[in-house]
Design a binder for this molecule. Structure first.
Ligand SMILES: Nc1ncnc2c1ncn2[C@@H]1O[C@H](COP(=O)(O)OP(=O)(O)OP(=O)(O)O)[C@@H](O)[C@H]1O
Ligand SMILES: CCCC(=O)O
Length: 355
């Protein structure tokens, strides 16, 4: 039996899971308050804070760190790479520490997994990081030759949900056209064409619907004027897109449960903003169905927001069910996807890829 520790740092939470072979023995979701994370200047600064929470969790559960056969973390902003499980190596760690390709909470997954694994003398891995790139060249064209559209999305959960959905449909992932809608701290909406994510919004860099804490695509001219207004530093403007945008900017919270509570108590502004968010998600599902020539076998809703059954799931279903049947995988199962990725390597069913 192989015992695997899974570490999944997201923008609003840290998820930890313990697997014995393919069986989940424990899982904990630690939600981080916006103000708690505001104390840290960079994502890398959160390293000790998040690592200590993981160690504290293991201590509380009476789990010996030395009992693990491998540790796998969610990672990270690297160069564009094919889907798969990668052994963490020095080059990867160096790039993640220095945020060579940018800052993202999942950079911490590889860093923490590596330190803990080294401490106990086992291997550390990442699987399907956010930079998995299967995009068609056509989708890379942006509209100005200086810029290229990039594939940065919730590859791990999108791939895992796409496989689970295909299984549910009794079909092979490589024979289907699917739209996978991940709605978490970030939102990514991917067109999966016969097993390849041929188009997807760049969930990090101001592309797509707005989210609990990101702005998504903004009106460009207004944005240029803001950049040159002299009122904001570059850092503040970046934060406005990622971290302080979306629901936080409009309503002061990134917690969808709180927003739903406000709407139910009659807050019309909360209702307008939240229904506006749902409207944008629906538009992006429409775009991706066009990418798939309106030949879509199924649509999946996933990520933490897919638990929201009062407004979000029913409204999306009502508006897009005519395109294809809608299935809901609330929360997704990134931890299981990571554990299985490590298990395939431990069982020698697959070799780990080298970064
Ligand atoms: N039961 C629930 N009902 C409604 N909303 C929920 C529920 N659980 C989580 N959410 C919302 O989902 C969002 C967080 O989703 P998730 O946990 O997938 O994000 P994350 O892992 O931090 O970031 P990302 O998914 O971008 O990596 C938050 O806005 C949270 O309020
Ligand atoms: C880019 C995918 C991950 C995120 O939105 O945080």
């Amino acid at each position: 039996m192989f015992k695997i520790l899974v570490i999944n740092p997201g923008s609003t939470s840290t998820k930890i899971a313990v697997y014995e072979d393919e069986n989940q023995r424990l899982k904990k979701i630690i939600d981080h308050d916006v103000n708690e994370l505001k104390k840290f200047k960079t994502v890398a600064d959160q390293y000790e804070f998040r690592k200590n929470m993981i160690l504290q969790f293991l201590k509380e559960e009476g789990i010996n760190l030395y009992s693990f056969s491998a540790i796998i973390g969610r990672g990270g902003l690297l160069r564009p790479i094919p889907s798969g499980t990668y052994e963490i190596n020095d080059q990867m760690l160096e790039e993640l520490k220095n945020a060579k390709y940018g800052e993202h909470e999942s950079n911490l997954g590889a860093l923490i997994a590596s330190e803990l694994a080294e401490h106990i003398g086992v291997k550390a891995y990442i699987a399907d990081p956010v930079v998995v790139d299967e995009m068609e060249d056509l989708a890379r064209v942006s509209g100005y030759p200086l810029f290229q559209r990039k594939s940065i999305f919730h590859a791990l959960n999108q791939k895992a949900v796409a496989r689970s959905l295909s299984e549910k449909l009794g079909r092979n992932y490589y024979d289907l056209n699917l739209i996978i809608v991940h709605m978490g701290g970030g939102i990514s909406i991917g067109a999966h064409k016969k097993g390849r994510v041929v188009d997807v919004n760049n969930a990090l860099d101001g592309d797509g619907p707005f989210t609990p804490e990101r702005s998504g695509t903004l009106p460009l001219v207004g944005f240029i004027e803001l950049c040159y207004s002299g009122k904001y530093s570059e850092k503040e403007i970046r934060k406005l897109i990622k971290g302080n945008g979306g629901l936080i900017a409009y309503l002061g919270t990134n917690d969808v449960r709180e927003v739903v509570k406000r709407i139910k108590s009659g807050d019309k502004n909360a209702e307008l903003v939240y229904f506006g968010l749902i409207h944008q998600i629906v538009k992006w599902i429409g775009k991706m169905s066009a990418v798939l020539n309106f030949d879509v076998n199924a649509i999946a809703l996933t990520g933490g927001m897919a638990y929201e059954n009062e407004f979000l799931v029913p409204q999306i279903k009502e508006k897009v069910s005519f395109i294809a049947p809608v299935y809901v995988f609330p929360g997704g199962d990134e931890e299981k996807a990571l554990a299985l990725g490590a298990l395939r390597i431990l069982k020698k069913e697959e070799s780990a890829k080298t970064y």
